[in-house]
Design a protein around this ligand. Structure first.
Ligand code: ATP
Ligand code: MG
Ligand code: ZN
Length: 506
């Protein structure tokens, strides 16, 4: 007898339906799986057989052939255990096969028949809804994650036998409703830090406000202890919240990696990732024989902070170029092509020279010129070109550090950032981009109206400071954001002048 049960797998972060087909026929006992199973799927054979027995059902003593379709796509993950077991139980008459048809099933089986959590439940549930399934059966631990998707029954289960009993009419199961706390559990997290703790450095804070408002990449250069890391870490506190669709996109990436937080599986806070400089290129952009997203995808819609930028391996920095341009990474492997979104804001920090004290007024720097050159050349021109804002972060005078009034609080800065963000949302509603930093030539023409003598300032900058055409575009993008923060449609002289200054360091 033949039975079919639907399940799900992912390529990249998008789910697709996997049909599990089981045929049981007479002959010598045999248990076979076809349809390009990954190693984990093959291992699942042992788990399925044992789980069925230990749940109190008979494993058929016949020829059992499992086919996973589509055959030409690699399927991964342990989530296929449960649908395979159910299809076998349906084909052997233990559970009525027709009832299973309107649901998707995903779950790993333990040897005693318990259902263990799996990765990718959010994309699975989205796929289930999109393909018109009535509901999805998933492990209890993944229930909140699945319930982010509305308009579909989320059925959490602990044991294989529960599903059999449910479809045989012996057990009543209720769809899971997400337990939202007072503020749906998706409010702003408490970062435990604030911009007001940073004394002085007003120009750096201003630059970071502009960067946050327009999603521009930033490079901060300064001596040790000047507060670069401190400032970067506080950036999330002034970033606008994610929109709901943005947050779902981020959550899908974390879901595929099994990194959804049990307590706060969903957040409107923008991701902030700060990988160590010893990271590999695969760790940073994603990859591996079984592709997984890297740090740049975990930073999607948020911030990738690379502290001590020149300490990163050169090849690692070079692989950043393409994703910085495209906002996504594609990883091709035999039998599959995974695409991971990676629209992140790059925030980098570095010292001006190996010892760090090049710009020190007391002249403490002892680095020979060639060594300084070598240190800086680790950041290639093409990478640097993609950074709209480059600023110096000098050591602050002692008097500012000790006394000095506290700076402006993050909440106040974020209000301005939020407003600039909303202007961009309206501006780019039909353009396929979402921030000023993503504007290309035609957008710049369309959206950057300049005040009359503005152009002359830019022209002068090109002549005197030697800016390239690419740098001009970069300056225009930043000027647009500065004008947005100023609530003006036309870019004025002062906006342009500030944008030039923000590009000019180094
Ligand atoms: N502007 C500031 N206001 C308040 N505290 C500061 C400021 N700058 C530095 N500090 C203090 O100095 C410490 C070191 O700063 P931070 O680690 O941010 O320096 P850095 O610029 O990243 O240095 P490095 O180049 O060595 O990484 C901070 O933890 C903070 O306590
Ligand atoms: Mg630091
Ligand atoms: Zn030095």
């Amino acid at each position: 007898m033949i039975a079919k049960v639907s399940s799900c797998s992912v390529t990249g972060i998008e789910g697709f339906v996997v049909e599990v087909e089981v045929d049981i026929s007479g002959g010598l006992p045999l248990f076979n799986m076809v349809g390009l199973p990954e190693i984990s799927v093959r291992e699942s054979k042992d788990r399925v057989r044992t789980a069925i027995k230990n749940s109190g059902y008979a494993f058929p003593m016949d020829r059992v052939v499992v086919n996973l379709a589509p055959a030409d796509v690699k399927k991964e993950g342990t989530g296929l255990d449960l649908p395979v077991a159910l299809a076998i139980l349906a084909a052997s008459g233990t559970v009525p096969p027709d009832h299973l048809k309107s649901y998707l099933f995903s779950g790993e089986l333990s040897l005693d028949g318990d259902i263990k959590p799996v990765k990718g439940v959010l994309p699975y549930t989205l796929t289930a809804k999109e393909k018109g399934f009535k509901g999805i059966f998933i492990p209890v631990e993944n229930a909140d994650e699945a319930a982010l998707v509305d308009g579909i029954e989320v059925m959490p289960v602990r044991r294989l036998s529960q599903i059999v009993d449910y479809f045989s009419g012996f057990l009543d199961l209720k769809p899971h409703q997400r337990q939202f706390t007072s503020d749906p559990g998706i409010g702003r997290p408490d970062y435990g830090m604030d911009f007001s703790e940073v004394r002085g450095q007003l120009h750096v804070k201003r630059a970071l406000e502009i960067a946050a408002a327009g999603f521009h990449n930033v490079l901060m250069t300064g001596p040790p202890g000047s507060g670069k890391s401190m400032l970067a870490k506080r950036l999330p506190t002034i970033l606008p919240d994610l929109s709901f669709p943005e947050a779902i996109e981020v959550a899908k990436i974390y879901s595929v990696l099994g990194m959804m937080d049990d307590k706060v599986p969903f957040s409107l806070a923008r991701p902030f990732r700060s990988p160590h400089h010893t990271i590999s290129d695969a760790g940073l952009v994603g990859g591996g024989s079984k592709p997984v997203p890297g740090e740049i995808s975990l930073a999607h819609n948020g911030v990738l902070f690379l502290d001590e930028l020149p300490e990163f391996k050169k090849n690692v920095l070079e692989v950043l170029r393409q994703p910085l341009e495209d906002g996504k990474v594609s990883i091709a492997r035999a039998g599959m092509k995974a695409v991971y979104p990676s629209k992140f804001m790059l925030v980098a920090a570095m010292n001006p020279c190996p010892c760090g004290y090049l710009s020190d007024p007391q002249g403490k720097c002892t680095c020979p010129q060639p060594q300084i050159q070598k240190y800086r050349s680790k950041i290639s021109g093409p990478l640097l070109d993609r950074i709209d804002i480059r600023i110096e972060v000098p050591k602050i005078p002692y008097k500012d550090l000790g006394s000095g009034s506290r700076g402006e609080a993050s909440a106040a800065i974020r209000k301005r950032v939020d407003r600039a963000r909303r202007m961009q949302t309206a501006r780019f509603s039909k353009s396929g981009i979402f921030s000023n930093s993503m504007m290309q030539g035609r957008h710049l023409k369309q959206f950057c109206r300049l005040e009359t003598d503005c152009e002359q300032i830019l022209e002068k900058a090109v002549d005197i400071l030697g800016f390239s055409a690419r740098a001009c575009h970069s300056i225009l993008r930043t000027a647009r954001t500065i004008a947005d923060l100023d609530d003006t449609v036309t870019i004025k002289r002062r906006h342009m002048a500030e944008a030039i200054q923000l590009r000019n360091y180094r």
